[in-house]
Design a protein around this ligand. Structure first.
Ligand SMILES: [Zn+2]
Ligand SMILES: [Zn+2]
Length: 101
């Protein structure tokens, strides 16, 4: 079950906020966003490849080693509006906890 705040648009906006390339956001949405609470061994294998990337890169970026620096900020505290127009701040720990699984 997907909450609205984990909708495709939500992932896109927060991905952009973090400076993640569109191609990798697309990959995340298509291959991971629906399964964050139910990762398969293939997912885990893929995440292993992204170790040290700070985000899930798409296969193309992975093979080209096209790693981008991630914008990290506590947007809820700092009120950062970088690409965040429509969505309320979410507890970051919820997201990372479900991703680690
Ligand atoms: Zn990519
Ligand atoms: Zn920010």
């Amino acid at each position: 079950m997907i909450l609205e705040k984990y909708s495709e648009e939500w992932h896109r906006e927060y991905g952009k906020h973090s400076s993640i390339p569109d191609c990798c956001i697309d990959y995340w949405i298509e291959h991971f966003s629906l399964y964050v609470n139910d990762l398969t061994s293939q997912h885990l294998e893929y995440l292993e490849k992204c170790n040290g990337w700070n985000y899930v890169a798409c296969p193309k970026c992975l093979s080209r080693q096209n790693k981008v620096p991630i914008h990290r900020c506590d947007y809820s505290r700092l009120g950062c509006k970088r690409f965040l127009q429509r969505w309320l701040p979410i507890p970051a720990e919820k997201f990372s906890r479900s991703r680690k699984k």
